[in-house]
Design a binder for this molecule. Structure first.
Ligand code: ZN
Length: 450
């Protein structure tokens, strides 16, 4: 057995300590005194019990002195996956939360997004958001940029530079009666989407890919939605958009697409619901629409901070899960004011508790379930679960090294708490001071090297 030649790649790093993650069967699995090896390609080579160290050193060709031992109160967890975030709205995050969705878009969002024809402004904002999300533990982000192709390409370049796994979308919209200059013609939208996809794929970034991005049905004509559905299909690409966020919007979609049975039906008709589609919100979807999500394999991104901040609604996550629809969490910056996925975790718990206050029969989500949604659930929602989401041999090592007792951090540990309690405290009380290292595909990306 002790023959490292059997393995195509040697291990580059070995870590020993507590690992917490989720599986399909178990919302929270805790591995104490475990060993995890990462190969030279950044993939998980093995996960084993600490007592197997000697055998593993022989099989994988490393010495015990090369093993990185986690300190007390530290653990590794999978990197978090933000399934919905507008990189372009980061400059006004934490402000402008006093209006419902459609007014909010016209008053704050469209004027700011139209500034991204200035590449220097774009560079400034995109550098900040990629760094901010990475240091808060977002190893994978599904980004909306703006309608500007070159600035959207720049976002891909910056995510690649800092080593974040990302889906990047150039926004498409050929309808905007409020801010006339912030839209495209259908031809422009189609041509620029094709240019964006081609140029981004030509960069051959290992972790950054394009995602076809109709903003949402009210800002696209049926003709454009149809073109985008065809582009996604022909290139086997991811798709992202918004659905059923607030009731005014649902009403507007009914008026704009009278031939469609439902909001979900609009996207379905134009081939925009696939197993690589993620739709943000879905607060007001009917059970019948959820069935269509399940049948097509499309997923939902739950963005509770945004839903509260813009008074949009409260998604019943329990009902979505019971319909076997894939679901991840999103920050939805800047409708959501926080770029941290830890905030998305907390707001998801809060939203579930509000539903329980309204109906005692509602099955409140547990913190273990929400932990799974922020990690494995997100990877499934983005159809990236073959690469990331948990600690499984063969997947990329996307991980956070968490020190619950980080000096100067927000958590005071009074007693010798078990790992499950440490995770719960981190999720509820922690922040980036507790995230001492971040790894994406085996590479340490936080602390930053520049
Ligand atoms: Zn959004």
């Amino acid at each position: 057995m002790a023959n490292s030649d059997r393995h195509n790649t040697a291990v580059a790093h070995v870590y020993k300590g507590t690992f917490v993650h989720s599986t399909q069967q178990t919302a929270l699995q805790i591995l104490e005194d475990a060993l995890l090896g990462v190969d030279t390609e950044g993939k998980i080579a093995f996960i084993a019990k600490g007592e197997e160290l000697e055998k593993l050193t022989q099989t994988f060709g490393f010495t015990p002195s090369e093993v990185t031992q986690l300190a007390q109160h530290e653990f590794f967890m999978p990197g978090m996956i933000d399934t919905h975030i507008h990189a372009s709205q980061y400059s006004y995050a934490g402000t402008a939360l006093d209006m419902p969705l459609l007014e909010w878009l016209n008053t704050y969002t469209f004027p700011v997004e139209s500034l991204f024809n200035d590449l220097e402004f774009a560079r400034k904002v995109y550098n900040h958001i990629v760094k901010r999300t990475l240091r808060n533990g977002t190893t994978t982000a599904c980004y909306f940029a703006t309608i500007h192709t070159d600035a959207s390409l720049l976002l891909g370049e910056i995510a690649n530079k800092f080593g974040q796994r990302a889906l990047v979308g150039k926004v498409c919209m050929d309808r905007n009666k409020f801010v006339e200059h912030y839209k495209e013609s259908i031809q422009e939208s189609q041509d620029e989407t094709c240019r964006f996809i081609k140029e981004l794929l030509n960069k051959k970034y290992p972790l950054v890919k394009p995602v076809v991005t109709p903003r949402f049905a009210p800002s696209c004509t049926g003709a454009l939605l149809g073109q985008l559905g065809a582009i996604a299909k022909n290139n086997n690409l991811h798709i992202q958009s918004h659905i059923s966020e607030n009731v005014e919007e649902v009403k507007l979609v009914k008026e704009l697409f009278p031939e469609s049975e439902s909001y979900t039906d609009v996207y379905h008709k134009y081939n925009l619901l696939t197993d690589k589609t993620v739709m943000a919100h879905g607060c007001h979807l009917s059970d019948k629409e959820l069935d269509l999500f399940r049948q097509t394999g499309a997923s939902l991104s739950h963005c509770p901070n945004s839903n509260f901040s813009l008074c949009s609604g409260i998604l019943n996550v329990r009902n979505v899960l019971e319909h076997k629809v894939k679901l991840g969490l999103g920050t939805d910056v800047a409708g959501g004011y926080s770029a941290s996925m830890l905030d998305a975790v907390r707001k998801t718990l809060d939203a579930s508790k509000v539903l329980t206050i309204q109906d005692r029969e509602h099955g409140t989500l547990t913190f273990e379930e929400v932990f799974r949604l922020a990690t494995l659930g997100g990877s499934q929602a983005l159809s990236l679960d073959d690469r990331t989401g948990n600690f499984k041999v063969g997947k990329d090592f996307d991980a956070l090294r968490v020190n619950v007792a980080a000096p100067g951090g927000p958590i005071d540990l009074i007693q010798n708490d078990e790992p499950k309690i440490l995770l719960e405290k981190f999720l509820n009380l922690g922040d980036d001071r507790n995230i001492v290292e971040v790894f994406v595909a085996g590479r340490k990306v936080v602390p930053f090297t520049e």
